[in-house]
Design a protein around this ligand. Structure first.
Ligand code: HEM
Length: 726
C-alpha cells in the first residue's frame, strides 16, 4: 500500500496498525493452537486417543503422533503454498517473491523434521515398541523399507528434506516451479497413509485423499504465504525488481482458492463416503467429525464469498479488512486440518480391510467385475477420480476457450473441437469405463486398455490443437509473473520438450516402452500398486501424444520432419509394434502369472496372453491407418498452401523467385556444359535447363505445420518465448 494511505489513517486518529511481523506471528500462533486444540478435542471425542484393541503403544505415540502429524500437515501446507504462490501469482523478481520462496524453504525444513517424527512415532505405533527397545532398530529399518506405510512416510521425509535444501537456493521462476512440483510430489505418498492404506476401495480412497491433500495445502498454504507477503505489496519496486500489485495477486490467489475449495469439497466427500459406507453412519463418532468438517468448509466458503464481494473490491483503498478476514480464515482452516488428522486417527464405520472381501478383491482394491463379455466391456464402470478430473477439466476448459474465441468473433475450426471432445470422451471410457474395469483382470483386456490409451486417444487429442487454442485465449501477464499461458510457453520452448519431441526420441519412447514395460518388473508394479498403475497410464498417454504430435500435430513443441520422413518413421514404429504383438502371440513365458492366476484361477493364462498379442498386433493397424491418412492429408494441404504462397509471391513480384531459380539453373547448366557448348550458348538458358510456372507446382518443401497456424496468425506473438528471467 502506498505511503499516502498510511499517512491519512494516522491523521484520522486511527491507531497505527500493529507491525506486520506481530500480526503474522499472532496469526501463525493462533492457527497452530486452533489446529492442536481441535485435534485433541476431536480425538478425545472419537476415541482416537484410547489404546487400540491391538495393544497400547503408550501416551507418547497416542498423543505425539497426531500432534506431529498436524504440525507436519501445516508445514507441508506452507511449503506447497509458498512455492505455488511464487510460481503462479507473484511477479519475479520482487521482494514478495523472494519472501514466499524463503518461507517455503524454511517451512519445508519444518516439514522434514516433523515428517521424521511422524515416521518414528508411526513405527513405534506399528511395532509396539519404543526406540531403545531391543531390536527396535532392525524392525524400524524393515518398517521403513518394506512396509507400504513406512516406505511412504520415508519417501515424504526424504523429499521434504530435498525441497528444503533446494528451496534455500532457489532464485529463478523455474526453480520455484520445481519446488512447487517436488513438494506436491512429496505429499502424494501420504495419500497411502491413514485409512486409505486399507484395501477397502483402496484406489478411490488413495486418489481422493491425494486430491484432498493437494487442494488443502495449496489453499491453506497459499493464503498463509499471501498474508506473509502482504506488507511487501503496493510499494515502489526496488531497482531491478517488479512492483507487486496487491489487487492483482489477491485476485489471482482467489481464483486458485476457488478451484482448491472445489477440489477439497469433492475429494473430502468422496473419501468420507468410502469411510462411512452409509448416510446413517454420520451419527457415528467418525461421522460427527465429518459433519464438523463440512460445516468448516461451508464457513470457509462463506468467508471466501465475503472476500469476493467486500474485501477484495475495497483493497485498492484499504487492506485491513482483507488482512483480518484472511487471518480468521487461516485459523479456521487450521482447525479443519486438525479435524482432518483426528479423522485419520479415528476408528471408521467401514473397516479399512473388509474381512468379507476375497483375495482377488484385496488385490484389486475393489470388487471384481463380472466375467467379461463384449456388452459388459462397454457398460461396466470403474470410476477413477484422478482421470475423471483430468478428462473433465480438459473437456470443459477447451469448450470455454472455444466459447471465448467465438465471443471475440475469432474463428476456430469445428473439426478440432470435434476431435478434442471425442478424445476426452474416449479418455473417460479408457480410464473409468469398461476398459478400466477389466484393465487389470486379464492380460488381453489389459492390452485392449493399453492400445486404446496409447494409440486411439492421443491422435484425437493432438488434432484438437489444445496449445494453439490456449495461446489464443489465455491473457498474457505483464507484471513479470507467470500464469498458465506463460508456463505453457516455457514448457513448449523448453529443451526437455525439444528432446522428447524429437521424432526419433518420440518414436523410441512410443515403441520401446512396450518392451521395457512388459519384459521388466514394471508391468507387475503397475498391476499391484495404485501409484504404479496411474504412472503407467500417464506414460502411455504421454508417449502416444508425443508420437502423434510429431506425425499429425499442429501445436508448437514437437520438431516435425518432412512428410516423407514422417511416413517412414510411422511405418518403422508400426512394424516394431507388430513385431511386439507377434512376439506375444508366439511367446510361451507368462507375464505377471501370479497376479492373473489369483484373479482367475480357472483362466488359461497363456491363451489369454496370446489373445493380448492379437490385440496388440491387430489394434495397432487401425490407428496406424488413421495416422497415415493424417500425414497424407497434411502433406497435400501443405503443398497446396505452398503453391498458393508461391502464386501469391509470383503475383506480388512478377515471379522474381522463379526468375532467380531459373538463373541459378542456367548457371549450373553453364558450369556443367562441355567447353564447346558453353561458348555457343553463353547468356541464353535453354528451355530444357529452366522451369516454367507450371513446373513449380510439384511439391517443394513439406515441413510447414499441417494447419494454417504459422506465425503469421493473429496471435503470432503468442509463440514467442517468455522473458528469459526464468
Ligand atoms: C466437505 C468437507 C470435508 C470433508 C468431507 C473432509 C473429509 C476428509 C476425510 C474423510 C479425510 C481422511 C481422513 C482419513 O484418513 O480417514 C480428510 C483428511 C484431511 N482433511 Fe478433510 N474434509 C473436508 C474438508 C476439509 C477442509 C476444509 C480442510 C482444511 C482446510 C481439510 C483438511 C484435511 C486434512 C489436512 C486431511 C489429512 C489428514 C491427515 O491424514 O494428515 N478437510 N478429510
Amino acid at each position: 500500500m502506498s505511503a499516502p494511505l498510511r499517512g491519512t489513517r494516522e491523521r484520522s486518529g486511527t491507531p497505527a496498525p500493529t507491525s506486520p511481523v506481530t500480526t503474522g506471528a499472532a496469526t501463525a500462533a493462533a492457527s497452530l493452537c486452533a489446529a492442536l486444540a481441535v485435534l485433541l478435542l476431536a480425538l478425545a471425542s472419537s476415541g482416537g486417543l484410547d489404546p487400540s484393541a491391538l495393544g497400547d503403544p503408550g501416551e507418547l505415540v497416542r498423543y505425539g503422533l497426531p500432534i506431529a502429524r498436524t504440525v507436519h500437515d501445516l508445514a507441508a501446507a506452507l511449503t506447497v503454498g509458498g512455492f505455488v504462490l511464487a510460481t503462479t501469482v507473484l511477479p519475479h523478481p520482487s521482494a514478495a517473491w523472494t519472501r514466499a520462496v524463503r518461507v517455503a524453504a524454511v517451512a519445508a525444513g519444518g516439514w522434514a523434521v516433523s515428517a521424521l517424527l511422524v515416521l518414528v512415532l508411526t513405527a513405534m505405533d506399528v511395532i509396539g515398541a519404543a526406540p531403545g527397545a531391543a531390536g527396535f532398530g532392525a524392525q524400524f529399518a524393515q518398517f521403513a523399507q518394506s512396509i507400504d506405510l513406512g516406505r511412504a512416510l520415508l519417501v515424504t521425509t526424504v523429499l521434504a528434506a530435498v525441497v528444503a535444501t533446494v528451496g534455500a537456493a532457489v532464485t529463478s521462476a523455474n526453480g520455484a516451479a520445481a519446488g512447487a512440483v517436488l513438494s506436491i510430489v512429496a505429499l502424494l505418498p501420504l495419500s497411502l497413509s491413514g485409512h486409505a492404506s486399507g484395501s477397502a476401495s483402496h484406489e478411490t480412497a488413495v486418489s481422493s485423499l491425494a486430491m484432498h491433500l493437494i487442494g488443502v495445502t495449496v489453499w491453506v498454504g497459499g493464503l498463509a504465504a499471501l498474508l506473509l507477503v502482504l506488507p511487501l505489496t503496493g510499494r515502489p519496486a526496488a531497482a531491478g525488481e517488479r512492483r507487486v500489485d496487491l489487487v492483482a495477486i489477491t485476485s489471482r490467489y482467489s481464483r486458485i482458492a476457488l478451484w482448491a475449495f472445489a477440489a477439497v469439497a469433492l475429494s473430502g466427500v468422496i473419501n468420507a463416503a468410502v469411510r462411512l459406507g452409509s448416510v446413517s453412519a454420520l451419527t457415528s463418532s467418525y461421522g460427527v467429525l465429518v459433519v464438523l468438517k463440512v460445516v468448516a468448509l461451508v464457513a470457509l466458503g462463506g468467508l471466501g464469498a465475503w472476500h469476493r464481494r467486500r474485501t477484495l473490491p475495497a483493497l485498492a483503498t484499504s487492506r485491513r479488512a482483507f488482512g483480518r478476514i484472511a487471518a480468521a480464515e487461516l485459523v479456521l482452516m487450521s482447525a479443519a486440518m486438525g479435524l482432518g488428522v483426528a479423522l485419520s486417527r479415528s476408528p471408521t464405520p467401514v473397516p479399512d480391510d473388509d474381512p468379507a472381501s476375497s483375495r482377488a478383491e484385496d488385490l484389486l482394491g475393489e470388487p471384481l467385475p463380472p466375467p467379461v463379455t463384449v456388452g459388459r466391456w462397454f457398460t461396466e464402470v470403474s470410476p477413477d477420480l484422478l482421470w475423471i478430473c483430468i478428462a473433465g477439466l480438459a473437456l470443459v476448459g477447451y469448450l470455454l476457450g472455444v466459447a471465448r474465441l467465438r465471443r471475440r468473433g475469432d474463428a476456430w475450426p469445428v473439426g478440432r473441437t470435434i476431435w478434442w471432445v471425442l478424445g476426452c470422451l474416449a479418455l473417460f471410457f479408457v480410464t473409468s469405463g469398461g476398459a478400466a474395469a477389466y484393465g487389470r483382470t486379464s492380460f488381453s483386456t489389459h492390452m485392449l486398455q493399453h492400445m486404446l490409451l496409447a494409440m486411439v486417444v492421443p491422435p484425437m487429442l493432438v488434432l484438437g490443437a489444445p496449445v494453439t487454442l490456449a495461446m489464443r485465449t489465455l491473457k498474457p501477464r505483464r507484471d513479470g509473473s507467470r500464469g498458465a499461458r506463460e508456463w505453457m510457453l516455457t514448457v513448449v520452448h523448453s529443451r526437455y520438450l525439444a528432446v522428447l519431441g524429437h521424432p526419433v526420441v518420440a518414436a523410441v519412447l512410443f515403441g520401446g516402452s512396450l518392451i521395457v514395460f512388459y519384459y521388466s518388473p514394471l508391468f507387475e508394479l503397475a498391476l499391484r500398486t495404485h501409484v504404479g498403475h496411474e504412472l503407467m497410464m500417464v506414460h502411455f498417454l504421454g508417449t502416444g501424444f508425443l508420437f502423434a504430435s510429431v506425425l499429425i500435430g499442429v501445436d508448437p513443441g514437437a520438431h516435425r520432419p518432412a512428410y516423407p520422413m514422417r511416413l517412414i518413421l510411422l511405418l518403422a514404429t508400426m512394424a516394431f509394434h507388430a513385431f511386439f504383438g507377434v512376439a506375444l502371440m508366439q511367446g510361451t513365458s507368462l507375464l505377471a502369472p501370479d497376479w492373473f492366476a489369483t484373479l482367475d484361477p480357472t483362466a488359461n493364462l497363456l491363451a489369454d496372453q496370446q489373445r493380448g498379442g492379437d490385440f496388440a498386433w491387430g489394434m495397432g493397424e487401425v490407428p496406424t491407418l488413421v495416422l497415415v491418412l493424417g500425414v497424407a492429408i497434411g502433406w497435400s494441404r501443405s503443398d497446396t498452401r505452398e503453391n498458393r504462397r508461391a502464386d501469391r509471391a509470383a503475383e506480388r513480384d512478377g515471379g522474381r523467385e522463379l526468375e532467380a531459380y531459373n538463373a541459378m539453373l542456367s548457371q549450373l547448366a553453364q558450369r556443367d556444359a562441355p567447353p564447346g557448348a558453353r561458348r555457343a550458348s553463353a547468356g541464353t538458358p535453354s528451355p530444357a535447363d529452366t522451369l516454367s510456372p507450371a513446373d513449380t507446382r510439384a511439391p517443394t518443401d513439406s515441413r510447414a505445420p499441417t494447419d494454417s497456424l504459422a506465425p503469421t496468425d493473429s496471435v503470432g506473438e503468442a509463440w514467442t518465448r517468455p522473458p528469459a528471467d526464468g
